[in-house]
Ligand binder design. Structure first.
Ligand code: ASP
Ligand code: MG
Length: 439
């Protein structure tokens, strides 16, 4: 069986939903994981923010505007009186529920309930459309099988047991529609897998049903050799390994959610990235064994803050790094890059929510400098494919750009360099120009 995930833009309008229905109706049974229609989750976040601030008028206005949008979608998507009525009732039900939160008490539990509405609506509409157009489809609720544990990690055993039970109950199934992103937590409350988490859902589901392939359908024809918005002449990478894909997703390539690769990798299920707008294009396949190439792609991650901690008296002292890292752990802030010298350490972070308390605690151990507006430029490949000369080529390509930090050897799969954002474009272009002609 295959698991296919379609993102927000792929189901972003009635026409696109109809297109997806055509695409999935190819005679093979499959599980179809959908995001909310594009713009919806952002709108629901906005509504929640108004509710946190008790700005009930603005929240109500935004709720009504979004509801109206969905009545139009129903009208254009469904054609018979019966299904139009079902669609309108569906929208009224979900928006009535959202309105029930326009009241004083608003916490993150209520917010998560609100955020979960987008995927529930998109999947129900898709299911109605499939049925109205005579296709055999079933809708199963991710809230019945998708669960995270107390660390926010998928509860694999629970998910496997429950999704397979749901499938068995359907008996003879063909197109099974379910929601990405949404889940329950250990208390049974509605939760989610973080923004962009539908890719992760698809990968978790693929692993739980022993899928032969997981497909992520998006609006670009695969993972590219460089950022196509910044650099000309990039092209889709035909194949890459799980490890390379994970590095690329983490360090910038926006198409895949960084955690998405993990369940597929553990279960050794290939992940194919496909373009809804160009279904015949080959896309990118991510799998275990691919021919090694030294450099596969280049990516950049924006919004990075560099922090340097110089210890004035701890020359050779042990335990310094532990103390530094513990501070980041306390504030649940993950570190992307690390470089060390005898007297100090530089790290980068992208989440600056707790920057101030982190800095003030770090100051107990030395002189601290923090500076934002950096990007991590990352070269990804299988560096063990050709040990000699890769670093030289990469650094030569960067010869006109001031580099603040370099990380090499953390894994076999990437060289990362920290540069000021103003140099991002030049760095990506110079790397592309010089690297791909060498390797
Ligand atoms: N709808 C969610 C979001 O916008 C999840 C997803 O699309 O992957 O973040
Ligand atoms: Mg996405």
């Amino acid at each position: 069986m295959q698991v296919l995930k379609f993102g927000g833009t792929s189901v972003g309008s009635p026409e696109r939903i109809k297109e997806v229905a055509r695409l999935i109706d190819d005679g093979k049974p499959k599980i179809v994981v959908l995001s909310a229609m594009s713009g919806t989750t952002n709108a629901l976040v906005e509504i929640s923010n108004y509710l946190y601030k008790k700005n009930f008028d603005a929240a109500s206005e935004k709720i009504s505007a979004l509801e109206q949008k969905y009545f139009t979608v129903v009208d254009e998507l469904l054609s018979t009186e019966k299904y139009k009525a079902l669609g309108n009732d569906l929208i009224k039900g979900h928006f009535g529920y959202i309105r029930s939160f326009v009241r004083d008490m608003f916490t993150m539990y209520e917010e998560k309930e609100i955020l979960a509405q987008g995927e529930q609506i998109s999947t129900a509409l898709m299911n109605y459309y499939l049925q109205e157009s005579g296709r055999h489809s079933d809708l199963i609720s991710a809230l019945n099988f998708m669960r995270i544990d107390k660390n926010g990690e998928p509860d694999d055993y629970y998910i496997r047991e429950n999704i397979n039970r749901e499938l068995r109950q359907l008996g003879d199934y063909y197109l099974v529609i379910t929601q990405g992103f949404i889940c329950r937590n250990t208390m049974g409350k509605v939760d989610n897998l973080q923004r962009g988490g539908s890719d992760y859902s698809a990968s978790i589901i693929g692993a739980a049903v022993d899928a032969e392939e997981i497909q992520i359908w998006t609006d670009i024809d695969g993972m590219h050799t460089n950022d196509p918005r910044v650099v000309d002449h990039t092209h889709a990478i035909a194949e890459l390994s799980f490890d390379e894909a994970a590095e690329l997703a983490y360090f910038g390539a926006k198409i895949l959610h960084p955690t998405c690769v993990v369940p597929a990798k553990l279960a050794n299920i290939p992940v194919r990235i496909k373009n809804t707008l160009e279904p015949s294009a080959a896309g990118t396949i991510i799998k275990k064994d691919v021919p090694k190439v030294p450099i596969r792609a280049i990516a950049a991650k924006d919004g990075i803050t560099a922090i340097k901690i110089k210890s004035d008296r701890m020359l050779m002292a042990h335990g310094f790094l532990r103390k530094v890292f513990e501070i980041f752990e306390t504030y649940e802030t993950s570190i992307d890059m690390v470089t060390t010298s005898e007297v100090g350490v530089s790290v980068t972070i992208d989440n600056t929510k707790n920057l101030e308390p982190i800095l003030s605690e770090l100051r107990k151990y030395g002189t601290v400098e923090a500076e934002g507006d950096y990007v991590i430029v990352c070269v990804v490949g299988d560096l063990s494919a050709q040990v000699n000369g890769i670093a030289a080529v990469v650094l030569t390509a960067m010869k006109n750009i001031p580099i603040r930090m370099i990380s090499y050897g953390g894994s076999n799969y990437n060289i990362s360099m920290l540069v000021k954002s103003e140099y991002k474009k030049q760095a990506l272009q110079d790397l592309s120009k010089n690297i791909f002609k060498e390797f």
